[in-house]
Design a protein around this ligand. Structure first.
Ligand code: CDP
Ligand code: CDP
Length: 222
């Protein structure tokens, strides 16, 4: 195809998508799209403005007006570095709540596809392989047990200086899984042609190696 290659990495919360996608992008010198950050940024903006999570018209307007810059692992919203702020659990939960709205998802499509430029892209999220890049070169679906994911998220939050309780995290991530999987608009699910990898017992390095290996196999055959 004339389009730049894309690797999509979808999966539930804390399955390792972000960490793995960034490292795969580094290995291949590809661009990286953190699509969840777009939902988190919209969520943060909606909290700041103080609108209801179901006020779709205002959410769509807000999403269209967001001035976002991704650079060197940081993200700026209207000039302000919000890299840490968008990682708070309440922002993630709000992101999941507003992500059910089809009109909002629609409003974010072009912004996401614009990341697909040479030499290639690694994109992580929930619907990268199913909706945003249905013709991706390689589609990966990462999973991990609830216990492994709650433990990972706990460590991340403590490191960022947030307080967290393992029980609450475990309950919240199961609620988020349920909502993300059951919504009508672009639900969380593996694309029919995705390769699934359970990372519960894998290190980040092993996961990255597996994905890069799959990509090299696939492009060697073409
Ligand atoms: O890091 P974590 O997996 O918890 O979340 P994220 O990828 O930052 O995404 C936050 C929320 O945005 C998710 O719970 C999804 O509901 C939503 N999201 C989505 O609907 N579609 C995407 N492509 C990415 C995120
Ligand atoms: O993006 P997503 O919510 O799926 O996960 P993440 O933000 O990348 O968080 C995953 C966490 O689990 C990171 O702290 C990783 O170091 C760790 N981890 C992993 O990603 N993959 C493994 N195979 C093992 C641990």
């Amino acid at each position: 195809s004339l389009k730049a290659p894309v690797i999509t990495i979808d999966g539930p919360t804390a399955s390792g998508k972000g960490t793995v996608a960034q490292q795969v992008a580094e290995v291949l010198s590809f661009h990286y799209l953190d699509s969840g950050a777009l939902y988190r940024l919209t969520a943060l903006a909606s909290l700041k403005v103080g609108i209801d999570e179901d006020d779709v018209d205002t959410l769509v307007e807000l999403a269209g007006d967001l001035h976002i810059v991704f650079r060197e692992g940081c993200v700026r919203l209207d000039g302000e570095d919000v890299s840490n702020e968008i990682r708070a659990e309440h922002v993630g939960n709000r992101a999941s709540a507003i992500a059910v709205h089809g009109a909002l998802r629609q409003a974010l499509i072009a912004r996401q596809r614009a990341f697909r430029v040479p030499p290639g892209l690694v994109a992580d999220g929930r619907d990268m392989g199913t909706v945003i890049f249905p013709d991706a070169t390689l589609k990966v679906f990462l999973t991990a047990s609830v216990a492994a994911r709650a433990e990972r998220r706990y460590k991340q939050l403590i490191e960022k200086g947030f307080s967290a309780k393992l029980d609450d995290l475990s309950r919240d991530l199961q609620a988020r899984d349920a909502r993300d999987s059951q919504r009508a608009a672009a639900p969380l699910k593996a694309a029919a042609d995705a390769l699934t990898l359970d990372t519960s017992g894998l290190s980040v390095e092993q996961t990255v190696e597996t994905v890069v290996g799959w990509f090299r196999e696939r492009t060697a055959r073409e």
